[in-house]
Design a protein around this ligand. Structure first.
Ligand SMILES: NC(=O)c1ccc[n+]([C@@H]2O[C@H](COP(=O)([O-])OP(=O)(O)OC[C@H]3O[C@@H](n4cnc5c(N)ncnc54)[C@H](OP(=O)(O)O)[C@@H]3O)[C@@H](O)[C@H]2O)c1
Length: 150
């Protein structure tokens, strides 16, 4: 059984996380709302289907979320930006807390403000759960990273 869940796995970032995990020998569970799109995009660099366990559900559907989170030890959440994003992420975290998810990694955005609505709401929801969270903050571009020689 998969111990890793990638939620919204058909997204541009999440599909690369799925490919990287599969390249390391993992068989993650991939939660998608469009199975046909997922089969198209969840492929390796040769176009071969990734060995993921596909679960089809909208993140707003609680039963689908419970199925997706069953037995999972770590979830990666990379939901697309929309007006519903905060509500959907909070709903996901609530189901994850109910199903005793131990660890959650939530993809944030580059240079997200510390008081951004999504960050504040998710932090509050996570604090009242027993989930161990990690927020991944992407950098804007590698050119902005400090030089190793300086
Ligand atoms: N792209 C980047 O370089 C980048 C960099 C840093 C941070 N981010 C942040 O990371 C997050 C993801 O970015 P992305 O570019 O990977 O997004 P994306 O390509 O737009 O993918 C988002 C995914 O979320 C899924 N989704 C949206 N609503 C859903 C719902 N109700 N139920 C189930 N799935 C749902 C979409 O499903 P469908 O495929 O069915 O539409 C899609 O696969 C965003 O919050 C973005 O701000 C992105």
């Amino acid at each position: 059984m998969s111990r890793i869940l990638i939620a919204a796995a058909g997204g541009r970032v999440a599909r690369r996380v799925a490919a990287a995990l599969c390249a390391r020998g993992e068989t993650p569970r991939a939660l998608v709302r469009d199975a046909a799109k997922a089969r198209r995009v969840l492929v390796d660099d040769r176009g071969a289907a990734l060995p993921v366990e596909l679960v089809t559900s909208d993140i707003a559907e609680l039963d689908g979320m419970r199925r997706a989170l069953e037995g999972v030890e770590i979830a990666f959440l990379a939901l697309g930006s929309s007006l519903d994003q905060v509500a959907l992420e909070k709903g996901f975290i609530d189901v994850a807390a109910d199903t005793h998810l131990p660890h959650l990694v939530k993809l944030s955005a580059a240079a997200a403000a510390s008081d951004a609505g999504s960050r504040r709401c998710c932090a509050g929801t996570l604090q009242s759960s027993r989930i161990s969270p990690r927020a991944a903050f992407p950098t804007r571009s590698s050119a902005r990273r400090p030089s190793r020689t300086s």
